[in-house]
Design a protein around this ligand. Structure first.
Ligand code: NI
Length: 250
């Protein structure tokens, strides 16, 4: 079974979302988690999840554009999380690469998202860029588990997250020529601690780097991980999807 745990098949990202979902499902992907990143994209993720049995939703407010976020927006995410096809709170997190100026607001929104996850007993899908220590501290404080999406920090830190029950999200970057740290990390950690993702429409794997991404490109990521670990593609699919379904209600 092949599961794309992180993509944004949303009308804000594509001209024809339904066509993209169809392409994913006919292209060998069995289950898809569409991640929202604000109220309207989270709402759309829920709507799409109701239309297709293979599609699930993650709802949340991400670290970008947090400045305008109000208590009412937080409340709306909480309401959306009650839908039965919502399997996670995501994409949420911290991004100090993008900007550090609104660090406090990012932290406050992230905390509110973690509170919802805790209260609803849902796993989280976390974006963390140049903010791994703060991310770790808050995830530990709220005692949640889930996926570190598009993981880009150190192997040591990955091991700490794995101890807390987190999966390390690996996507198209692993196929890039210069991704030495990530390739080494994939070799070092167990397949039972890895989840697969495309982050569509972003981060297309080789040979489509730079083009618009679709979850059906997940097979290139599987192929690369199989090569790095010296196992079959079937084994990569089986063990990573088992890791995901043991934490997410798919
Ligand atoms: Ni994303």
């Amino acid at each position: 079974m092949l599961i794309d745990t992180h993509c944004h098949l949303l009308s804000s990202e594509y001209d024809d979302v339904l066509k993209e979902i169809k392409q994913a499902l006919t292209g060998g992907v069995d289950k898809i988690i569409i991640n929202g990143f604000d109220v309207s994209s989270s709402k759309e993720a829920v709507e799409l999840s109701k239309r297709y049995k293979e599609v699930y939703a993650a709802v949340g407010i991400g670290p970008e554009n947090v400045n305008e976020i109000t208590d009412d927006d937080i409340k709306k995410i909480k309401e959306l999380s009650n839908n039965e096809k919502v399997v996670a709170i995501g994409e949420i997190g911290l991004d100090y690469y993008w900007t550090k100026e609104n660090k406090e607001k990012q932290n406050s929104v992230f905390k509110n998202m973690l509170k919802i996850a805790k209260e609803k007993n849902l796993p989280v899908i976390v974006h963390s860029r140049k903010a791994i220590q703060d991310t770790y501290n808050l995830l530990t404080k709220y005692n949640v588990t889930g996926i570190l999406h598009c993981y880009s920090a150190s192997l040591e830190m990955a091991k700490e997250f794995i101890k807390k029950g987190f999966l390390i999200g690996v996507g198209g970057v692993v196929t890039f020529k210069n991704a030495k740290t990530l390739k080494n990390l994939v070799k070092e950690i167990s397949l039972d601690n890895i989840s697969l993702e495309t982050d569509s429409p972003y981060l297309s794997p080789e040979p489509y780097r730079g083009k618009v991404n679709n979850p059906s490109n997940l097979r290139y990521i599987v192929r690369k991980i199989a090569l790095l670990k010296g196992v079959s593609e079937k084994e990569v699919e089986a063990r990573t999807s088992l890791a995901v379904t043991s934490k997410f209600d798919l």
